[in-house]
Write a protein that binds this ligand. Structure first.
Ligand code: UDP
Length: 348
């Protein structure tokens, strides 16, 4: 059996890991232990994802959150090193671009444990984003780079990374397919909020880039307030954004603000909305999976193919491209392909 130590800590990682963990279990060649760093810890941002997406219970919970980037990442590294030394995995499996990703990558690389990075190769080319630093460093110490798109493969090539690079498709598409059927039966969110299918838009805002600069936050809020005059706008509010609004006194107006929702409710909200407004990487793609036009509240995106295919546009871009289909994300078998690659890598 190949031993995998999976590091997760933040909401988008739970969604991605759910798809891959399921595929690892189905493959049968792996023994997976999950470490939850604790970066996202409140039940609505963490437990609900483990329950709804049937993610195996973490073998290790580190309860590390808060503090500056160095503080948080440093504490995670100390704790993860202990776990890695105890577990002695064949692979460290990391996801995306958070501090948990970076901590896992650095710890494993220094212990000579090969790193497999799911969602490798994404770039915004904006190094002021903490996520961009996490991605670049993680990719450069990874042995297996599991890319969701051809653009991600090309980004790695231009940084000199060509070995161990695989275009596998997007595991978030796998997660959406899993959740669609389940959400139809299990989510009562539309009734709860008194919403009719086709009668509302959905927004999310959570990035440090959006919330840390009051001028930027005010611009985003003004933009959303304006949209809410046209159609009901539902905003599951991320704790970081809630805090930033309270700190700055910037006011949302006419928006249906709700607490963050679980993945099945979010899937339901996206499946039945009209339009999506977001600064989230994952939500930009999910808008496409549900074929809903998205506007990204940023000046750049890592998911350039969504813009080229017209389903997404950057907020300062006047017009969207004509709608087209995106082949890169695959057929919902990205996680299965990752399991196959990890299994083959272990036997060579
Ligand atoms: N999401 C959710 N509930 C919410 C908001 C988002 O389930 O209230 C999901 C969303 O559908 C996507 C993931 O969380 O699958 C995205 O996470 P986030 O936007 O926090 O991070 P990013 O994708 O930008 O890394």
């Amino acid at each position: 059996m190949t031993a995998i130590l999976t590091v997760v800590g933040a909401r988008p990682q739970f969604v991605k890991a759910a798809a891959v963990s399921r595929a690892l279990a189905a493959d049968g060649r792996f023994r997976e232990a999950i470490v939850h760093t604790g970066q996202h810890f409140d039940p609505g941002m963490s437990d609900v994802f483990f329950d709804e997406l049937e993610i195996p219970k973490p073998a290790h919970a580190l309860h590390i959150h808060g503090g500056g980037h160095g503080d948080m990442t440093g504490r995670m590294m100390i704790a993860l090193e202990e776990v890695a030394l105890a577990e002695k995995p064949d692979w460290m499996l990391i996801y995306g671009d958070t501090n948990s990703t970076l901590a896992g990558a650095l710890v494993a690389a220094k212990l000579h444990i090969p790193v497999a990075h799911v969602e490798a190769g994404l770039r915004s080319f904006n190094r002021r984003m903490p996520e961009e630093i996490n991605r670049i460093v993680s990719d450069h110490v990874s042995a297996l780079l599991l890319c969701p798109t051809a653009t991600a493969v090309a980004n790695l090539r231009s940084e000199g990374i060509v070995n161990g690079v695989h275009a596998v498709g997007d595991v978030m598409f796998d997660a959406t397919l899993f959740a669609i059927a389940k959400s139809r039966a299990a989510s009562g969110i539309l009734a709860e909020l008194g919403l009719a299918p086709g009668g509302y838009d959905v927004a999310t805002v959570h990035r440090a880039e959006s919330t840390d600069d009051p001028a930027r936050l005010a611009e985003i809020v003004a933009w959303l307030n304006e949209r809410a005059k046209q159609r009901t706008l539902v905003l599951p509010l991320h704790p970081r954004t809630r805090q930033a609004l309270a700190r700055t006194g910037i006011a949302l107006s006419g928006i249906r603000v709700i607490d963050p929702v679980g993945y099945l409710d979010m899937t339901r909200l996206l499946a039945d909305c009209v339009e999506v407004y977001t600064d989230s990487g994952g939500v930009q793609k999910e808008a496409y999976f549900h074929r809903k036009p998205c506007t990204t509240l940023r000046d750049e995106t890592e998911w350039v193919e969504t813009v080229e295919a017209g389903w997404n546009r950057l907020w300062r871009q006047e017009r969207r491209q004509p709608f087209a289909e995106i082949a890169d994300y695959g057929k919902g078998d990205a996680a299965q392909r990752i399991a196959a690659i990890l299994g083959d890598a272990a036997t060579t």
